[in-house]
Design a protein around this ligand. Structure first.
Ligand code: AMP
Length: 224
């Protein structure tokens, strides 16, 4: 009997911990982790046209146009047959149209679960205000949990900076867009009965444990 990894979508506000938890889930299930935000940031760092175009939206806290994001996701899910073998999508879909397009891309292979990582707004605001990231290796820190040496990244030795879109203005705009554009995505998955909620305000390890339990309760690896 052939088995596969889960096909998961992780939803949640900025600062809910999607990136950290999606990385851990993908490692745990040995599936691809696709973060559209990371893909755009990498493309911008390499000076690719797609990345530079995306950056002009990202720095203002606006959403990158659906066509651009959907094209990128379709391309990456096509690599190594990820759409069939399993994946964790982090930061996609963020609009109802993207959710519909994802269903089309998956072409009859249903998502196993969309998980809403729920964190109250006052907590995400505190997390984002202190968030620091090293642009090249992507390691995340918080001002209350800094690298060992003088704001030099423990992992790659480089300098740690604040994300360009973690300014107060961009953060408020992203939260506003979350309400308007991404809450309908949660509705979409609720209607399709593939939605689960996990409280993301606990300690990282506890949240991860909850996430794995939630996936295990729903996911059948023998189903194609
Ligand atoms: P993230 O790293 O997930 O917080 O994403 C950072 C930024 O990338 C967002 O604020 C958007 O500008 C852009 N972005 C990432 N994913 C999407 C998406 N699915 N749709 C539109 N824009 C996106």
């Amino acid at each position: 009997m052939s088995t596969r990894g889960p096909r998961l979508v992780l939803l949640g506000k900025q600062g809910a911990g999607k990136g950290t938890q999606a990385t851990r889930l993908a490692d745990h299930y040995k599936v691809a982790h696709l973060s559209t935000g990371d893909l755009f940031r990498d493309a911008a760092n390499f000076g690719h046209e797609l990345g530079l175009e995306a950056k002009s939206f990202m720095d203002r806290g606006e959403l990158v146009p659906d066509e651009t994001v959907v094209g990128l996701v379709a391309e990456h899910l096509g690599i190594d047959d990820r759409a069939a073998r399993g994946f964790v999508l982090d930061g996609f879909p963020r609009t109802r149209r993207q959710a519909e397009e994802l269903r089309r891309i998956l072409d009859g292979r249903p998502l196993d679960l969309a998980i809403d990582l729920d964190v109250p707004t006052e907590i995400v605001l505190r997390r984002i205000a202190g968030r620091r990231v090293f642009a090249q290796c992507g390691a995340l820190y918080h001002v209350e949990n800094p690298p060992k040496e003088n704001w030099t990244c423990d992992a790659c030795g480089g300098r740690v900076v604040q994300r360009d879109d973690d300014t107060e203005e961009a953060v408020m705009r992203r939260l506003e867009l979350y309400e308007v554009e991404t809450l309908p995505v949660i509705q979409f998955y609720r209607r399709a009965a593939t939605l689960a909620h996990v409280d993301g305000s606990e300690e990282t390890d506890d949240v991860f444990k909850q996430l794995v339990e939630t996936v295990e309760a729903q996911f059948d690896p023998t189903k194609p």
